[in-house]
Design a protein around this ligand. Structure first.
Ligand code: NAD
Ligand code: ZN
Ligand code: ZN
Length: 355
């Protein structure tokens, strides 16, 4: 089968022929219907040096996947062949305290989890291929009625990550609150929708691309603006009584965006860093409004994915996707790199279940 492989750090991915994997006991082979192209894959190709992450290439890219159950490994009885499923991306040991709580992103047994913090497409072979080997049935969520595989794939990261972040700050997102979304790309366009679906806060978006700003407003943002010298003052002025932003979701994470975030915070607000552009923010007692929480966030868990899929099945969330064939997967990343994607770039290796 064809697979888009990352063979070493600081290299472009390559489309190669690899054997179709065979599921062992407890495993499931999924015929991939869609795999989202995440900006993290560009960071993987271009920025990471050996030793930064606890796992390394070679592996097949694609950590945002959905498809159809193709072959059941010995002992798997919970799923049926042909059933549409979304893949929970982080594959931990399944038994440590965090894994038992569903937080496989934060598995603490690297001796038992081959790619701590990773999964298919992040250290192990992912979904930019015709088939994906999923090591345990617990990483698969059957799709609710009314949700297509191609629409489900981007939800497993681009919606799940903002959903997890918003849930952590939900107590600060009352009707008088303001949320700021910085970066309205794959994650941000779903972040705006998650906020609209789960709370009554007003939503402001910042993006350098005019198309992304228009997209944010079309998806329900109350206001969208370009980054610039007066942006922080304009954002603050647009908050309730000018008191500042309660929750910032920074989907970029550069020095510039973190500085903007710090300038707009309300006292007791949450500044959540989602983007991994590598920026830093000085944190000190008087450097930020009183009781500002600065936090990172990473992906989400199975139960949250079930909730995200439910929101989508009910029409409250929808990933806007630009579709590419597997042969053209490199163009998806090229377009993403150049800011030419509206919503998410999604690679479709198989149009339907072919058994
Ligand atoms: P994307 O390229 O689809 O979207 C990024 C958006 O940010 C684009 O619309 C771009 O125009 C905008 N942008 C860039 N610089 C900006 C600036 N200075 N000010 C305002 N807007 C700016 O990327 P994505 O796939 O949505 O990923 C976003 C980030 O989140 C990446 O760094 C990615 O690696 C990271 N990520 C983190 C997690 C996590 O769990 N923490 C999960 C997935 C992705
Ligand atoms: Zn991702
Ligand atoms: Zn674990």
């Amino acid at each position: 089968m064809k697979a888009l492989r990352l063979n070493s750090w600081k290299s472009e991915a390559v489309l190669e022929d690899v054997p179709v994997p065979e599921p062992g006991p407890g495993q499931v082979l999924v015929q991939v219907g869609a795999a989202g192209a995440c900006h993290s894959d560009l960071h993987l190709m271009h920025e990471f040096a050996p030793g930064v992450l606890p796992w390394s290439p070679p592996f097949t890219l694609g950590h945002e996947n959905a498809g159809w159950v193709h072959t059941l490994g010995e002992g798997v009885t919970e799923l049926e062949v042909g059933q549409p499923v979304a893949v929970v991306g982080a594959w931990g040991c399944g038994h440590c305290e965090h894994c038992l709580a569903g937080l496989e992103t934060y598995c603490e047994r690297p001796d038992r989890a081959p790619v701590p913090g990773g999964g298919g497409g992040l250290g192990l072979d992912g979904g930019m291929a015709e088939f994906l080997l999923v090591p345990s049935v617990r990483h698969l969520v059957p799709l609710p009625d009314g949700l297509e595989v191609v629409d489900a794939a981007p939800l497993t990261d681009a919606a799940l990550t903002p959903y997890h972040a918003v849930r952590r700050s939900l107590g600060k997102l009352g009707p008088g609150a303001t949320a700021l979304v910085i970066g309205v790309g794959g994650l941000g366009h779903l972040g705006v929708q998650v906020l609209k679906a789960v709370c009554a806060a007003r939503v402001i978006a910042i993006d350098g691309r005019e198309e992304a700003r228009e997209h944010a407003v079309a998806l329900g943002a109350d206001l969208a603006m370009a980054p610039g010298a007066d942006t922080a003052a304009q954002v603050r002025a647009a908050t309730f009584e000018g008191r500042g932003v309660d929750v910032v979701l920074d989907f970029v994470g550069s020095d510039e965006t973190l500085a903007t975030a710090a300038q707009v915070m309300r006292q007791m607000g949450d500044l959540t860093i989602v983007g991994i552009a590598g920026g830093t923010l000085p944190v000190s007692f008087f450097g930020l409004p009183y009781e500002t929480s600065v936090q990172t966030t990473y992906w989400g868990n199975r139960q949250e994915l079930v909730e995200v899929l439910e929101l989508a099945a009910r029409g409250l969330l929808r990933a806007e996707s630009t579709i590419y064939t597997l042969d053209d997967a490199l163009s998806a990343y090229r377009d993403l790199e150049h800011g030419n994607v509206r919503g998410r770039a999604v690679v479709v290796p198989n149009d339907s279940f072919s058994g």
